[in-house]
Design a protein around this ligand. Structure first.
Ligand code: DMJ
Length: 644
């Protein structure tokens, strides 16, 4: 008999069974039957086994999607020919099957672990923000620049402290004036004590909420702006315990190695200016700490100058040195009043340390400005630090422009009137301003407008009121013997600004005021009606008082002091007001640091004798921090200073 060839199972042929010749013919049928039965049994067992294997054994192809390239690793271990043609099927043969499975599992685990690790690393990198990566690069760059700087410049020997005249005193003979001066000192105590109680170490105070306050100009850390800004006012008022308290805080807490983005201009005028003034006033031995801190901070600001033109960024991160400009500034520009208000402090830093780096930075800015075209002789407020081109052609003696002009004049004064280059720039600028921006209203008020979009906007900001004092201060030494003219111009600005106070319900001036038709020296828009304890009008009264001794300036100053006392004083300090035209004012709940640095200091000086901080020995920075005139014949501020 020919046993039928068995049908292929799973593609493989079972060889035919050879049962041999039959031995007992009479049993043949029976035997055949049992043989068939056994054969069937074997066959069904075999089929069951195959089905079981098919359905229950693990299928490599099902795991493929987790393998991420596993097949490439496995192919050498399996049937290369079939694996290569049909990569979804891996056929592992014979007795090595178990070992192969273990090997496969091991490899799979290894690859999975490798992938997880790589994923974790990628995630970690992503977590580092773009900003942080840039910061790291910048920090490295700064290190290199710093190293180069240290190598190339030998520090010069320290210099003697200039002659410090009139750092205390000023007691007025007139008892009424003495009382007024005492009142201003009491207001300072009230502002300071409440800050001491409720805002100590914070930048500013919320006098109603009775807690600390800050704004983005100071960055994100608590740098005690009010302490540093107020120190010299405390000193000249004779509040020595309070001064010492502030000094101790600075020694123990003032730290500039913080990851915080600050305004270069604001920390320069308030912190470096405040620390330098405290250093000079309180004497070298007592106050080395102020000089050390001022220099530490200045070093942190230097990376802001790393721009293609050397015009510094508006903001810098104190830790990383990464700089950038305000988002609102025209086409990525730096601001004239910011990069143009570093000169006084930076020259003093070079003088005190013997390191010319500070001096060179500000002189470079000056040189660059001298080379630029000026539309109508005016300096626009915006300058792009990448391209060195002006942004929008807006010019203002108020916000965005103001202290640039002030520092040209003060650079000359501070150099004992030897920096003729600065004086020339000031004179040229003032002539253009007078020609294009200063007008007389119908009612006869002289005001300083703003150049915007090709025309003069007849609006004057509270900030621009400082210019009355500047014109008076610059009168002596002006061109063509025009001293009288500039003193008169300063007096006219003082009168206009006084009118802006007098025409309100609170007798405090608005943020800006218009000259339009019937409207004169009055704010029109609600958003311009606030008063935030600003000093500029009182500053102008003080300069005019010093140069004329006209009693009207003390009278106007006293009116302002009474209005501040009546409407801005609250039990937790002093607050700005939101609407000077409303007789029931709402407070903004901020005690600005410049209220202690400037407003109260100028008021105190207004009711003091001229022997306190005489102007031929002291020049006030734009935050009212007095710095001594450098009476050094051998310093040439327009060239290389030969510091002795
Ligand atoms: C002060 O910080 C400085 O006077 C600065 O120059 C501009 N204005 C504020 C106070 O108003």
């Amino acid at each position: 008999m020919t046993t039928p060839a068995l049908l292929p199972l799973s593609g493989r042929r079972i060889p035919p069974l050879n049962l041999g010749p039959p031995s007992f013919p009479h049993h043949r049928a029976t035997l055949r039957l049992s043989e068939k039965f056994i054969l069937l049994l074997i066959l069904s067992a075999f089929i069951t086994l195959c089905f079981g294997a098919f359905f229950f054994l693990p299928d490599s192809s099902k795991h493929k999607r987790f393998d991420l390239g596993l097949e490439d690793v496995l192919i050498p271990h399996v049937d290369a020919g079939k694996g290569a043609k049909n990569p979804g099927v891996f056929l592992i043969h014979g007795p090595d099957e178990h070992r192969h499975r273990e090997e496969e599992e091991r490899l799979r685990n290894k690859i999975r672990a490798d992938h997880e690790k790589a994923l974790e690393e990628a995630k970690e990198k992503l977590r580092k923000s773009k900003e942080e990566i840039r910061a790291e690069i910048q920090t490295e760059k700064n290190k290199v620049v710093q190293e180069m700087k240290t190598k190339e410049s030998k520090p010069l020997p320290p210099v003697p402290i200039p002659n410090l005249v009139g750092i205390s005193g000023g007691e007025p003979e007139d008892s009424d004036i003495r009382k007024k001066r005492e009142k201003i000192k009491e207001m300072m105590k009230h502002a300071w004590d409440n800050y001491r109680t409720y805002g100590w170490g914070h930048n500013e105070l919320r006098p109603i909420a009775r807690k600390g306050h800050s704004t983005n100009i100071f960055g994100s850390s608590q740098m005690g702006a009010t302490i540093v800004d107020a120190l010299d006012t405390l000193y000249i008022m004779g509040l020595h315990d309070e001064f010492l308290d502030g000094q101790r805080w600075i020694e123990d807490n003032l730290d500039f190695s913080v990851n915080s983005e600050v305004s270069v201009f604001e920390v320069n005028i308030r912190f470096i200016g405040g620390l330098l003034a405290a250093y000079y006033l309180s004497g070298e031995e007592v106050s080395k700490i102020f000089k050390i801190k001022a220099v530490q901070l200045a070093e942190k600001l230097l990376p802001a100058f790393n721009t293609p033109t050397g015009i510094p960024w508006a903001m810098v991160n104190l830790k990383s040195g990464v700089g950038r400009n305000w988002g609102w500034a025209s086409a990525g520009s730096s601001i004239l009043a910011e990069f143009g208000t570093l000169h006084m402090e930076f020259v003093h830093l070079s003088y005190l340390t013997g390191d010319l780096v500070y001096y060179k930075k500000v002189m470079h800015i000056r040189k660059l400005l001298q080379q630029m075209d000026r539309p109508n002789g005016l300096y626009p407020n915006y300058l792009n630090p990448r391209t060195g081109r002006w942004g929008q052609y807006h010019t203002s003696v108020g916000g965005l422009g103001d202290s640039f002009y002030e520092y040209l004049l003060k650079a000359w004064l501070m150099s004992d009137k030897t920096d003729h280059e600065a004086r020339k720039m000031y004179d040229d600028a003032i002539e253009a301003i007078e020609k294009h921006l200063i007008k007389k209203s119908r009612g006869g008020l002289i005001f300083i407008g703003e150049w915007k979009n090709g025309h003069l906007e007849k609006k004057m900001g509270h900030l621009a009121c400082f210019a009355g004092g500047m014109f008076a201060l610059g009168a002596d030494g002006s061109r063509k013997d025009k001293a009288g003219h500039y003193l008169e111009l300063g007096a006219e600005i003082a009168r206009t600004c006084h009118e802006s106070y007098d025409r309100t319900a609170l007798k405090l001036g608005p943020e800006s005021f218009k000259f339009d038709g019937a409207v004169e020296a009055v704010a029109v828009r609600q958003a311009e009606k606030y008063y935030i304890l600003r000093p500029e009008v009182i500053e102008t009264y003080w300069y005019l008082w010093r140069f004329t001794h006209d009693p009207r300036y003390r009278q106007w100053g006293w009116e302002a002091a009474l209005a501040i006392e009546k409407y801005c004083r609250v039990s937790g300090g002093f607050s700005g007001v939101k609407d000077v035209y409303s007789s029931t004012p709402t407070h903004d709940d901020v005690q600005q640091s410049f209220f202690l640095a400037e407003t109260l200091k100028y008021l105190y000086l207004l009711f003091s004798g001229d022997d306190l901080l005489p102007l031929d020995h002291w020049v006030f920075n734009t935050e009212a921090h007095p710095l001594p005139v450098l009476h050094l014949a051998n310093i040439t501020l327009s060239g290389n200073p030969a510091v002795r």
